[in-house]
Design a binder for this molecule. Sequence first.
Ligand SMILES: Cc1cc2nc3c(=O)[nH]c(=O)nc-3n(C[C@H](O)[C@H](O)[C@H](O)COP(=O)(O)O)c2cc1C
Length: 168
Amino acid sequence: MNLGTTILKCRHSVRKYKPDPIEEIILKDILECARLAPTAMNEQPWLFGVITGRETLERVAGLIDHGKFIADAAACFAVFGKKNAKYYLEDCCAATENIIIALQAYGIGSCWVPGEKKDYAESVRTALDVPEEYTLVSLVPAGYPLDIPIQKKKPLKDIHFCEKYTKE
Ligand SMILES: Cc1cc2nc3c(=O)[nH]c(=O)nc-3n(C[C@H](O)[C@H](O)[C@H](O)COP(=O)(O)O)c2cc1C
């Protein structure tokens, strides 16, 4: 048994949340975990937003195609990458996963909602008054779970190899 890997293995995407707010001290700690993610050349080319105001949550939710549940989240993290940094996408994805796992460690559910490849990225950026040099990479709505759906995963034997790949 290992606490870190157990937390990781217990994570599932959660899209239905209790109305309870997330304590300020937890939100701060989650941002700390985002800030400490690895980045190429330690560039840290990012900006993290945390939204808890219902009006803003609803406004952002209204812009998203497959993330309307943002409107009911206790909070939503927004990860923006600095476009001129070569590896901003990888860096911001590392931070996004840190946010999700850190939330899980507090028993808070969340779901990865993409930004970078989506038409709504620009409208979310402007809705949050984020400077033009940044682009939305992801949104992470979060809240204490009401429902935890468990998705089927591919078995390890089908998706890994040791040393060199061989067909069957
Ligand atoms: C890049 C990426 C984009 C995703 N986009 C959405 C999305 O737009 N809406 C949504 O509800 N879930 C989204 N998800 C969550 C996936 O649907 C979810 O991770 C997947 O079904 C596996 O379930 P699990 O997270 O519970 O293991 C996304 C996840 C990733 C990593």
